[in-house]
Design a protein around this ligand. Structure first.
Ligand SMILES: [Zn+2]
Length: 254
């Protein structure tokens, strides 16, 4: 499902290396979790999509039992909602949940940036090379107008920084939060908006290299605020939607 694209853009490296989650579960389950996370991020699986065990088992070539385990895991992470007698669905966050996810990202990513700012300078050559390689991939995706790659790479960028910060627990928490913010973005983004801007990421990379105290952390906070501002969190909840108003222009059926 994802092998062709991930060969071109090795964006999930940090996720594979971080956290105990992948270490304690079978490779197949980790792979399915990752693939579903990617499909949510690039909008192939919008919020509310029904996830049938049978189709997933077929798609991934695994047993339904294994799919069930994956769905349970995703439900614990609040990426999937399990409804008794109806099955599993891609979660549909409420505006409140979306705000909470971004608030949590502020806290976690501020901590990550502060750790990065404290790293001895100059930064290690391999870290610099990976940052620059990543920046180049994002620029290329933006130039090509490859929205799917841009979405993937933008999530990868945040996980890459978490990996460099060297705290696997923070990385693990951020991995979950990024999947949940993908859901929030899919549910609430204003028309034709983007998620992360490659320009913001370029400025973050430059700030980390130049190391003016506090600059990179402040940029990250601004960046997350900007992503959140692109969401329409004032959207009406289902209960308040006026169906009569929505369908007022429909021709009457006699
Ligand atoms: Zn970003």
């Amino acid at each position: 499902m994802t092998t062709a694209s991930s060969a071109k853009t090795p964006r999930r490296e940090p996720r594979a290396r971080t956290g105990t989650r992948t270490g304690t579960r079978s490779g197949a389950e980790a792979r399915i979790v990752r693939s579903i996370g990617e499909a949510i991020a690039d909008r192939r699986l919008p919020p509310g999509t029904k996830l049938t065990e049978e189709s997933l088992a077929e798609a991934f070539g695994v047993s339904r039992e294994r799919v069930r385990k994956v769905l349970l895991l995703l439900a614990q992470r609040r990426v999937v909602t399990l409804i008794p007698n109806r099955g599993a669905f891609v979660a549909k966050p409420t505006p409140k949940e979306a705000r909470e996810v971004f608030e949590a990202r502020h806290i976690i990513e501020r901590a990550i940036m502060e750790r990065l700012e404290r790293l001895p300078r100059p930064l290690p050559a391999d870290l610099l090379a990976r940052l620059r390689d990543h920046g180049a991939l994002e620029d290329a995706a933006e130039r090509d107008g490859d929205r799917k790659a841009m979405i993937r790479l933008s999530g990868h960028f945040h996980l890459l920084l978490a990996e460099f910060a060297g705290n696997a627990t923070l990385s693990g928490i951020l991995t979950d939060l990024i999947d949940r913010s993908s859901l929030a973005i899919a549910a609430f983004e204003r028309r034709s908006s983007h998620t992360c801007s490659a320009g913001d990421h370029r400025r973050l990379i430059a700030a980390l290299i130049n190391n003016r105290p506090g600059e990179a952390t402040a940029l990250m906070i601004d960046h997350l605020d900007e992503v959140e501002r692109q969401l329409d969190l004032e959207a009406k909840t289902d209960a308040r939607i006026d169906l009569k108003a929505i369908f007022a222009d429909e021709p009457e059926t006699a």
